[in-house]
Design a protein around this ligand. Structure first.
Ligand code: PHB
Length: 539
């Protein structure tokens, strides 16, 4: 989607332009079905020249933020680093987590918390009840203010600039580009854009009188919601708490009667927790592996490497601290020069992704969640691992799998087979006894049962396990661990080959390095994806 600039009078320059292009590509992909697009469609969506788009995507692919698949490009899980940084820094989702969960339990209805984001409303916390008729949005989703309950709360605080942006947007509402900015919006909301826009001023006035805002099927037929503001010290509303139900259980009025007292008590609790946000400020620790990776990417791509894009994203990803980072902390965290970090921060501020507070601390803004957080935060482990397994299979021409321990068995959780027939057909979900398999040995070696420990200690020391026709004649395999963000073995990954096609030496010398490199890539994606999504873990 086109990246609107804020109007701050900072000098334009190369970092802004390059970063803006990269963020426009990521934003367009994030709004596309399955977070993937053909290159030609990306050219149309972003307005970039084909050659420019190719340089942008090459840099983003090399950094692991995008994946190239034939003529399509797809967002990659590593991009979650950016949304994770925002949510780690965000005081609201932290302060609201426990009270919102308690409210959802007490009411047995879905509860959500959102923050103002320009002329939209961005969800930062969801405590859903699992029901057939429960349409709720996801963390990171944004709705137009005129289409949801909290919009009438936040619009009361808008400045002239935001009203101007809103008026322009609703004027263009029939234009498909205006809709592209709201991928979560149902295709056919109950009201027309014009009707919804016309009612907003009235809804703001009613909310100012009553201290609550109602969504009576504004965004989706059947969906009703009641929202109350959380009051900040400056009198503005830093966030709002909503309870969401369905017309099969409640009318807007009955939901208000049922929930309002407890909803208000919850908002008060959140407001107090925000006022005393007790999280301690920890200086970020530099990660030399990241600066190394950046340097290698630059060497490898040469003139094609868009340095200001890479650095801008690196700076954005480092802003994870609750109270924001100072310039020198951001320089320490990224290993970049202060002047470089400063240029990146100014570009990010100008593009609306970062704010400066107290004149010296920099924090990410909710708009960062627009960069793929929603589709990527819902990936399963199989979806994360599969493209990496497919790359591996393409290089080694043998089948690759990932499995987890399940009692005394292993269970396959991801697999990509070659077309070569090797006598065993092992789909996802297949269970095999752990002890005679290479993956089983890697998994058992992490926490060895006493009777096996001498043998498995060797597997653990070497970091891989080999089996030679132990499970099935003619089948050899080699496996390595896949570790989670804490360094624990989360799964095992193997390559299995026909004994007639591969010697044990070839498995050790040719396959093992590829297997290890693939494990490293899956681990990086898994670390980003599992920070807030337990379903990203193999299980
Ligand atoms: C939601 O949390 O899904 C939600 C909240 C407020 C609305 C609509 C939906 O007005």
């Amino acid at each position: 989607m086109p990246v609107a600039e804020t109007t701050s009078p900072k000098p334009a320059g190369e970092p802004v332009t390059t970063l803006k292009r990269g963020l426009a590509v990521l934003g367009a992909l994030a709004a596309a079905p399955s977070a993937r697009m053909r290159r030609g469609d990306l050219v149309r969506a972003t307005g970039l020249a084909r050659a420019t788009l190719d340089r942008v995507t090459r840099t983003l692919v090399r950094l692991g933020y995008l994946r190239a698949e034939e003529n399509e490009v797809v967002l990659a899980p590593r991009l979650l680093e950016l949304g994770n940084a925002y949510l780690a820094a965000d005081p609201v989702s932290h302060a609201a987590a426990a009270p919102a969960r308690a409210l959802a339990d007490a009411l047995d209805e879905s509860v959500s918390v959102c923050v103002p984001d320009g002329d939209g409303v961005r969800f930062v916390l969801q405590c859903p009840r699992r029901r057939a008729m429960a349409v709720t949005f996801h963390v990171g989703d944004v709705l137009p203010a005129e289409r949801c309950a909290p919009g009438a709360i936040f619009a009361a605080d808008w400045d002239e600039d935001t009203w101007r942006i809103w008026r322009e947007r609703v004027k263009e509402a029939e234009d498909s580009r205006a809709w592209a900015a709201y991928p979560a919006l149902p295709a056919a909301p109950p009201q027309t854009a014009e009707e919804a826009a016309r009612e907003l001023p009235d809804r703001i006035a009613r909310t100012a009188g009553s201290g609550l805002a109602v969504d009576d099927q504004l965004v989706e037929s059947g969906l009703v919601a009641v929202a109350v503001p959380v009051r900040g010290r400056d009198g503005r509303s830093p966030c709002a708490v909503s309870v969401v139900s369905h017309t099969s259980r409640h009318t807007a009025d009955s939901l208000t009667g049922y929930a309002l007292d407890r909803l208000r008590a919850c908002a008060d609790t959140v407001g107090r927790a925000l006022a005393e946000d007790g999280r301690t400020h920890e200086r970020p620790v530099p990660d030399p592996a990241r600066s190394d990776a950046l340097r290698r990417a630059k060497e490898e791509l040469g003139a094609d490497f868009l340095q200001s894009l890479a650095r801008g994203l690196e700076v954005l990803a480092c802003l994870r601290a609750p109270a924001g980072l100072t310039l020198s902390e951001a320089a320490d965290a990224t290993g970049l020069a202060r002047a470089t970090v400063r240029r990146s921060l100014l570009a990010l501020i100008r593009l609306g992704y970062v704010a400066e507070s107290d004149g010296r601390r920099f924090s990410p803004l909710p708009r960062v969640l627009e960069l793929g957080y929603v589709p990527l935060s819902r990936l399963t482990f199989e979806q994360i691992a599969r493209p990496h397994l497919a790359d591996l299979v393409e290089r080694v021409h043998d089948s690759a799998s990932v499995s987890v321990l399940d009692g005394e068995h292993i269970r396959y959780v991801a697999r990509v087979a070659t077309t070569r027939i090797i006598g065993v057909d092992l789909g996802v979900g297949t269970r095999l006894p752990a002890a005679p398999t290479s993956m089983g040995r890697v998994l058992l070696a992490e926490d060895p049962p006493p009777e096996l420990s001498a043998h498995l200690a060797e597997v653990r020391r070497r970091g891989y396990a080999l089996t030679d026709q132990e499970l099935e004649e003619g089948l050899r395999s080699i496996a390595v661990p896949v570790r989670d963000r804490d360094g624990r073995v989360a799964a095992a990954m193997n390559v299995a080959a026909h004994a007639a096609h591969r010697s044990l030496d070839s498995l050790r010398e040719e396959v093992l390095p590829e297997l290890r490199e693939t494990a490293r890539r899956i681990e990086a994606d898994l670390a980003a994806a599992s920070e807030r999504n337990p379903n990203a873990r193999p299980r």
